[in-house]
Design a protein around this ligand. Structure first.
Ligand code: COA
Length: 276
């Protein structure tokens, strides 16, 4: 087994790479991992680093301690940021985009492992991640209405894409917290599991992603996000362009060749991309 390697060090996040998987831990446990301006700076820089890091094929995002992420830092982001010069404010807001396009456009799978509290602005992180596994007792909440606000930033936007209107409006208008099982029921997350199985379940998902051809995974992801954001014919054309570029990079379609050579059954397995 390869040794775990630390990435560059960051003030508010930890990153450790082991066996091609980088685990990113939001690391302000004393503030329930609320997102401060510094966390936005750190996450933005870290994701830029991981994008080009050949040792990282899958990224897992989780939180230190008993919280995944308590949303934006209500003091530092909502109050203190307003006192900074507009240029600094705008820069932090721009960098906070790691939670949206930063994750969606990452050319590698990003999995969220939700280990506890998950509120407000943290919904942008989980809706952007490709796969979300949560402790069934983790608590989720659209608490904005409770502090006299609305699900700002991209939160309302992502809710309209991910939840049925009657689920999204119920939780954003009542501000009621709900658990991991309910998050799974309404389609906010992929799967809720008992806390004791959270790491094991996440590892199983990660292992299955590691078996796949990284280029094919990138293509699946890009085709998906283009289909969400672009009109259907444009999305289809973009997806075809991506599929063609994958074919060119691989020098043909080794996955289909291995099937016709009877080396594997694609309905049940992944082809051996490392030998292609
Ligand atoms: N912003 C800033 N600080 C936060 C925070 C946030 N979103 N969430 C928690 N903290 C801080 C608390 O102020 C407290 O700091 P202190 O020790 O300096 O007083 C510390 O984290 C621990 O929080 P506390 O409330 O004592 O823990 P708890 O276990 O009793 O409750 C929460 C945890 C997450 C339920 C509660 O802190 C909370 O409701 N936070 C706000 C969540 C929210 O509405 N987020 C949406 C923002 S968009």
């Amino acid at each position: 087994m390869a040794e775990a390697k630390e990435k560059r060090s960051y003030e508010t996040v930890l990153a450790q790479t082991e066996n091609s998987v980088t685990t990113v831990t939001l690391n302000r446990p004393e503030k329930k991992n609320a997102m401060s301006p510094q966390m936005h700076r750190d996450m933005s820089a870290l994701l830029a680093e991981l994008r080009y890091d050949d040792e990282t094929r899958v990224i897992v995002i989780t939180g230190a301690g008993e919280s995944f992420c308590a949303g934006q830092d209500l003091k530092q982001y909502f109050v203190e940021l307003d006192k900074l010069p507009a240029s600094e404010r705008d820069e932090v807001k721009r960098l906070s985009g790691w939670r949206g396009d930063g994750i969606r456009n990452m050319p590698k799978p990003v999995v969220a492992m939700v280990n506890g509290w998950c509120f407000g602005g943290a919904f942008t992180i989980i809706t952007s991640c490709d796969i979300v596994i949560a402790d069934q007792e983790a608590i989720f909440g659209l608490s904005e209405v409770n502090f006299g606000f609305f699900p700002g930033g991209e939160v309302t936007k992502v809710l309209t894409e991910h939840l049925q209107p009657k689920h999204a409006l119920y939780y954003s208008m009542t501000g009621k917290p709900f658990d991991g099982k309910e998050a799974e029921r309404i389609g906010l997350i992929t799967k809720a599991v008992p806390g004791a199985e959270l790491e094991k379940e996440t590892q199983e998902v990660v292992d299955s992603l590691l078996e796949k051809d990284p280029l094919a995974l990138q293509a699946v992801k890009e085709a998906w996000h283009n289909s969400v954001t672009a009109p259907s014919p444009v999305a289809h054309k973009l997806a075809m362009l991506i599929a063609e570029s994958v074919k060119n990079k691989q020098g043909g379609r080794p996955g289909i060749k291995q099937f016709t050579d009877k080396k594997y059954r694609p309905g049940l397995d992944s082809y051996n991309w490392e030998k292609s």
